[in-house]
Design a protein around this ligand. Sequence first.
Ligand code: IPM
Ligand code: MN
Length: 382
Amino acid sequence: MKEARTWQVAVLPGDGVGPEVVREAIRVLDTLGAMEDGPSIACTSFDWPSHQWHEQHGEIAPADYLEQLGAFDAILLGALGDPGPTSDPHRYLLTDSESLAPLLGIRKHFDQWACERPCRPLPGAPQFLKDERAADIDMLVIRENSEGEYVGQGGRLAAGTVNEIATQIELFSYRATERIIRHAFEQARKRATQRAAEDRARSFGPDACASQVCLVTKRNALGHWGEMYTEVFAQVAADYPDVATHHELVDAACMKFVTSPWAFDVVVASNLHGDILTDLAAVLNGGMGVAPSCNVNPADRSRPPMFEPTHGSAPGIAGQNRAGPAAMLLTTAMMLDWMGEEDARAAQAAARLQAAVAADLAAHGLDDRTTDAVTSAVISML
Ligand code: IPM
Ligand code: MN
């Protein structure tokens, strides 16, 4: 463990409820930082990327925004998209591809190739499944975040005519496939160790392994990348005999996320499949209001990771101090946890924040409280 240091965090509140929940995250970070044994975190807020910035400057963010962000240790983002309120038909509105471009731009520029979205329902969070085993759900969906269906290659021929043809190319490299699958196995091992320490070991497969990685593909229809993924998965799995393996087709995985989600541990999926599965996983967690997320480069900690809740800008309730901050606070705890790999104070703050959000949920669920009232309750339990 290295010496305590000051972490430089670029804060991007964004659009819609983004600024409202980010404001709460900063309150919490300030409180944690002011504690005697708290981490030292310096937050710098930017009013880009956002609709507001675009309205004033004609672009979603300054031309050099990626260089500016490169000077930070981590990025904390609220939400991008429709700024709301949706009741205002004259609000300044950009297309999704314009407003969300920085999200994909940041992930790509800093090579944040792993998107991690944990799913472990906390008592008090809404539970949409009746089966009582749903309380035991404990999975981590790891989404390939650098290529696949999201490379943005293709185009439109004869646009706007009846002869129009659109192509959208999916690209899967051996290199990105190997690193994401290996990362999934590493995370599975780490989770097994953590569960053993917390006396909640699990058992998977005929060999009673303490963890499992499930690969998701659509190899029955998309055979080219599906087969490459399957082969690489088998090669990597050979290095992890202590980890059980499993495969699901993405359509069957959707079904099983509903019928038996407690059977999964680590799930590794392509960019698009992971995107879809993590909305489903967010619901298993209690909904978008409690679903944290991060985009990291596990091989290079010098590239800033980006922490952002899975939810969007929720324009319908923007500006009303009604957005639940739990997802943003749990995301902030993920950021502290990432810092905690080098900084014991941050690790302790992560555990504190996680426990305080859990305690608040257990006491109040997602009751209709104002955004700042929820945060005040969380802060009182830090
Ligand atoms: C997410 C979002 C984004 C994605 C959109 C907004 C581009 O859905 O973070 O899951 O698909 O990656
Ligand atoms: Mn999504």
